[in-house]
Design a protein around this ligand. Structure first.
Ligand code: UTP
Length: 289
């Protein structure tokens, strides 16, 4: 079966970014000139996804408005003959996106469960609303390519520093075939010093619909939330869930340092910004040395 649908959960509270996220969704934080979530939607489309559902919640209207037509703005840009900007504004309204609300932010597993009727009975992708991956082949496409061979759930992983493992879902790999790992255990946020490896689950998943049987149980896990990793651990006991160490640089935009790093690195990929930004960074380094 082909993966054609994707869920982007974006209903979290974004507490690590308060007070900026008090009235604005963290998924709308701009990286240079585009909201974070637009980079993620673009990755999904480049990976061949045809239907996207965004799980939103209280205070997340800006996401829906962003992917909608903005008639007054478009009219004004036409009048001012700002056709470049007009194109860019229209781009974000060109994708067909569905929305569902998670009434309470009960955790990532619960957010995915909220989208179960949209997925029905086919394999689907999940892209977290605040993780950007820059890579030659889009990260999700790499996972879909693997899925097409193995027809089994597969989760994007990357190595993280030992001292950071307690912040992630971590896999306990048993064997590997190149970048693909068989997994004996999935653990959400292991206590410091107890992680079975430093391979962390990073914001990209392909799952079979069987996962909903376990999300349905609404088991409360780490942090008092319904965790997707816990349901994946149960799924792995009845059908294989693989880990795949994808190629690319990943940025956690939902965290302060990650946000600043993403802004700089993506700024450096823009032709109009690269030189002045690099000069500014060099000047800063000299000043601080
Ligand atoms: P995070 O844990 O990074 O998001 O969840 P958060 O809870 O908003 O952030 P902090 O920890 O309070 O700063 C990863 C993704 O899952 C979504 C978030 O919006 C984010 O994109 N999420 C999380 C939901 O949709 N619902 C939830 O209940 C929790």
């Amino acid at each position: 079966m082909q993966v054609k649908k994707a869920i982007i959960p974006a209903a979290g509270l974004g507490t690590r970014f308060l007070p900026a996220t008090k009235a604005m969704p963290k998924e709308m934080l701009p990286i240079v000139d585009k909201p974070t979530i637009e980079y993620i939607v673009e990755e999904a489309i480049k990976s061949g996804i045809e239907d996207i559902i965004i799980v939103t919640g209280k205070g997340k209207r800006a996401i829906e408005d962003h992917f909608d037509n903005s008639f007054e703005l478009e009219e004004s840009l036409v009048r001012k003959e700002k056709f470049d900007l007009l194109e860019r504004v229209k781009e974000s309204a060109n994708v067909d996106i569905h929305y569902i609300r998670q009434k309470e932010p009960n955790g990532l597993g619960h957010a995915i469960w909220c989208a179960r009727k949209f997925i029905a009975n086919e394999p689907f992708a999940v892209l977290l609303g605040d993780d950007i991956v820059q890579s030659e082949t889009p990260c999700l496409k790499q996972l879909i390519n693997e899925f097409n061979t193995i027809q089994s759930s597969i989760i994007g992983v990357q190595q993280v520093p030992e001292h950071d493992t307690h912040r992630y879902g971590i896999i306990d790999p048993s064997t590997n075939d190149g970048r693909r790992y068989e997994v004996s255990k999935f653990v959400e946020k292991p206590k410091q010093g107890t992680a079975p490896s430093n391979l962390a689950i990073i914001g990209r998943y392909i799952l079979t619909p069987k996962i909903f049987d376990f999300l349905e149980e609404h088991t409360i896990g780490s942090g008092g939330e319904i965790q997707l990793t816990d349901a994946i651990e149960k799924l792995n006991r009845i059908e294989k869930v693989y880990g795949y160490e994808f190629e690319g640089d990943r940025y956690d935009v939902g965290e302060k340092l990650g946000f600043i790093q993403t802004t700089i690195e993506i700024g450096l990929t823009r032709d109009d910004l690269k030189e002045p930004l690099l000069n500014y960074l060099k000047k800063l380094v000299k000043e601080y040395e």
